[in-house]
Design a protein around this ligand. Structure first.
Ligand SMILES: [Zn+2]
Length: 447
């Protein structure tokens, strides 16, 4: 039997775009949406049409440009919002209206100033209205994880009866923890009447660094859609990171026997495109797509990696689209490139010694087209054994000295075997961020 399929709902263009500095103009959203299509996500949440004319135009443009995925538009539980969402989705082949209304007492009392009964009625009416425009309607009880469970179930039953097809359970404030969120999903699946006919979805924020863990535990307890963003961008500490969700499901299929339609080798290119568009860099140690995610620095790791990558690598860089080292050495490479690569591999030579390495290198490069790291390491060891190894402590103190001297960048890491040591300099930040900040409204509602 095939393992169950998880719908990947990408909200980079909506929730992600709400994070500070991440706003995108219409063209940029379309560009990213095309890449999300290549990545193979099932749903693209393209925006929040009532929020601004720019958001409305972006949803329209994405819907027209990308026909394959479901295109979702967000709306508050109000007639005008839902109508605007529906209009923006006019060109979508597979439109979805995503309606949200807060359900926690703290939001009902302090933000919406409505009673619980009014909340149930408004949620159901809004979903009923959305269904008059669209067969695919998602409902989110905002702040679900701080909502009294019995009341949450009541709201969910009402919106199912009104025609909702997906029930999204947002951890809006990033408050829940895995065991609790698993229990909530299980209880929804077991106790909400009519739930067997709809899809349960997770939408976790990362305020405690638990967004991915919570999403996975949601899946294990019956959720079949995960809402997430590229690079984990989103309100405050961000959303569950799409690349971490997808690769967790793939690498640990023994524990999470679920499929997604994501082409994992497009993860890194998508991450890079988002970084380029927003100008917001990915932290170097970010899982899956960070600069150091596949860099092996320690000597013992290097040795193990050379013998068998599986010693320290649970997935290959290629599987997520990270290219192998960009620095290709061939017979046209000069002494400098050779010297640099030797240093990256952990060896340093004086001028005269380098001449000898270079002589051997040219002979080899004449015979084989491309000199890979393992060739070079063999060559170096043949010539000088381990005598020119850079001691790790010396490297650290040199880095400290460089920082103290105001160097802009740290010197290269000493032992990045099999690591894409150069990819961080390719294609980054080529678009200035300044032009993005014109459209963003002071409009921080959302799930
Ligand atoms: Zn959110």
């Amino acid at each position: 039997m095939d393992s169950p399929r998880i719908t990947i709902f990408d909200t980079t263009l909506r929730d992600g775009e709400q994070s500070p500095g991440c706003s995108m103009n219409v063209q940029e959203k379309v560009r990213l949406a095309r890449q999300l299509d290549r990545l193979g996500v099932d749903v693209i949440e393209a925006g929040f049409p009532i929020a601004s004319d720019g958001d409305f135009a972006a949803v329209q443009a994405v819907a027209a440009a990308v026909p394959r995925p479901v295109i979702a538009a967000l709306a508050r539980a109000a007639r005008h919002d839902i109508e605007r969402a529906s209009q923006a989705l006019g060109a979508a082949v597979r439109p979805r209206i995503h309606v949200f209304l807060a359900t926690s007492d703290i939001h009902l009392q302090h933000k919406l100033r409505i009673s619980r009964q009014q909340c149930v009625d408004q949620a159901a009416e809004s979903v009923r209205l959305a269904r008059t425009f669209c067969d695919d309607v998602e409902f989110s009880p905002e702040d679900a994880t701080r909502t009294e469970p019995e009341f949450l179930f009541q709201v969910l039953e009402a919106v199912i009866q009104a025609g909702a097809t997906t029930l999204n359970i947002p951890d809006t404030v990033g408050y829940t923890v895995p065991a609790e969120f698993g229990e909530l999903n299980r209880n929804i699946r077991e106790r909400v009447r009519g739930v067997e006919g709809v899809t349960i979805s997770t939408h976790c924020h990362n305020d405690l660094g638990l967004a991915v863990a919570n999403s996975l535990v949601g899946v294990a307890n019956g959720a079949r859609q995960v809402e997430c963003t590229i690079n984990g961008i989103g309100e405050r500490a961000g959303n569950a990171s799409l690349e971490e969700i997808v690769m967790s499901l793939r690498v640990r299929a023994d524990r999470y026997p679920y499929q997604t339609s994501v082409a994992s080798e497009e993860l890194y290119p998508t991450s890079q495109l988002l970084e380029e568009i927003t100008g917001i860099p990915v932290q170097p140690n970010k899982a899956i797509i960070g600069r150091n995610a596949f860099a092996h620095e320690a000597g013992i790791h290097q040795d193990g990696m050379l013998k068998n990558r599986l010693t320290y690598e649970i997935m290959t860089p290629q599987s997520v689209g990270v290219p192998d080292s960009k620095l290709v050495l061939g017979k046209h490479s000069g002494r400098h490139a050779l010297s640099l690569r030797c240093e990256q591999l952990g060896y340093r030579f004086e001028r005269r010694e380098l001449d000898e390495i270079y002589r051997r290198f040219v002979v080899l490069a004449d015979q084989i087209k491309t000199v890979h790291d393992h060739h070079l390491l063999e060559l170096v060891r043949e010539a000088y054994g381990e005598s020119h190894r850079i001691p790790p402590r010396r490297v650290e103190s040199e880095q400290a000295a460089a920082v103290a001297a105001g160097a802009e960048e740290l010197p290269r890491k000493p032992f990045p075997v099999g690591a894409p040591s150069d990819f961080s300099v390719i294609g980054l930040n080529t678009v200035p961020a300044s032009e993005h900040n014109l459209e963003q409204e002071d409009y921080l509602w959302g799930v």
